[in-house]
Design a protein around this ligand. Structure first.
Ligand code: NCD
Length: 321
């Protein structure tokens, strides 16, 4: 594994599989009364959030705390960032505080790369979502969730549906799922497919009904209206009718097919409430799995000695507090 996790493309198939198997070991911790390991005791992890977030921030916080790291939450609102401090000065401050890892979410695509590569700090940088670019730990938790339900992802068909244009989740998933051998189809209206998508190595379709029966996984995306500066579709009703997942469409899925959504979801727009709450939906599991996957990432980036899985297993069996 590299020092930073900036893009899903940073991960080889071996890296990704190591994270998934480590996450599987760590996941069992969630079922224990004491959900804590000493693996990262004495290490400091900073959550640096320049954009609103609920589940990603608390997921990283829970992951770091379950590994006994010290966690500092730093959000742009209410900090000197709102007084105009630059990313560089923030990085120097974090460095001076001795951060071992910085988990960064930023509205600007590329901000975590700048933080990692400008030479301002020695910490590991983990991209927790940058603009419309990437969100590698979301892709990892999605792959982990699929893997737990379907086994090996080789040849599995994954449909990613909706606002692909603004989705860092879609981009990171497209990269990681291909690394893991899955076949990805992006389904969206032409206005919500990014320029250059033909170079992503995925299939595209405008026809959700044609893609659903062939899919092993259907991942719905939120329509990111806060990032839209123009009209990408005529009306919400029209969007839902063509690209929303409702009970009728769900009935065309194969028995084993799972339905996913990274959250936050807009019920009634991209997904109806009956689908979101159905047996096929693994949306709540994605949240649980997110903590295990982020524990695995933090452990492997910060503490993991080779062989990391063996190390994790040792900590799990011997090192409990
Ligand atoms: C996503 C994000 O922030 O990129 N959510 C998440 O991290 N769970 C997707 C979204 O905002 O729609």
């Amino acid at each position: 594994m590299k020092k930073h996790l900036l893009s899903a493309a940073d991960l080889s198939r071996d890296d990704a599989e190591l994270i998934l198997t480590t996450a599987e070991e760590l996941r069992s911790l969630a079922d224990r009364p004491i959900k804590k390991l000493p693996a990262l005791r004495g290490r400091t992890i900073v959550n640096l959030f320049f954009e609103d977030s609920t589940r990603t921030r608390i997921s990283f916080e829970a992951a770091a705390k379950r590994l006994s790291a010290d966690v500092i939450n730093f959000s742009a609102k209410g900090s000197s960032l709102s007084k105009g401090e630059s990313l560089k000065d923030t990085a120097l401050t974090l460095e001076a505080m001795g951060a071992d890892a910085v988990v960064v979410r930023h509205w600007a695509s590329g901000a975590p790369h700048l933080l990692a590569n400008a030479g301002w700090s020695r910490s590991s940088v983990i991209n927790a979502g940058d603009g419309t670019h990437e969100h590698p730990t979301q892709a990892l938790l999605d792959a982990f969730t699929m893997w737990r339900h379907l086994g090996d992802l080789d040849g599995r068909r994954v449909a990613i549906v909706g606002d692909v244009l603004h989705s860092r989740v879609a981009r990171s998933n497209a990269l990681l799922l291909q690394t893991l051998g899955a076949e990805v189809t992006l389904v969206a209206p032409p206005t919500l497919l990014p320029y250059g998508v033909d170079t992503w190595g995925v299939s595209t379709s405008y026809d959700l009904d044609a893609v659903l029966p062939k899919s092993d996984v259907v991942m719905m995306l939120r329509v990111q209206r806060e990032r839209m500066n123009a009209s990408y579709f005529p009306t919400v009703r029209e969007y839902s009718r063509r690209y929303g997942l409702d009970g009728r469409r769900m009935a065309s899925l194969q028995d084993h097919t799972i339905v996913m959504h990274p959250g936050p979801m807009i019920r009634g727009m991209e997904i109806t409430a009956d689908v979101a709450d159905s047996d096929r939906s693994v949306i709540v599991e994605q949240v649980t799995n997110g903590v295990a996957v982020r524990m695995a990432v933090l452990y492997l980036l910060l503490g993991g000695s080779e062989p990391a899985v063996g190390g994790a297993a040792h900590e799990l069996s011997g090192g409990e507090e």
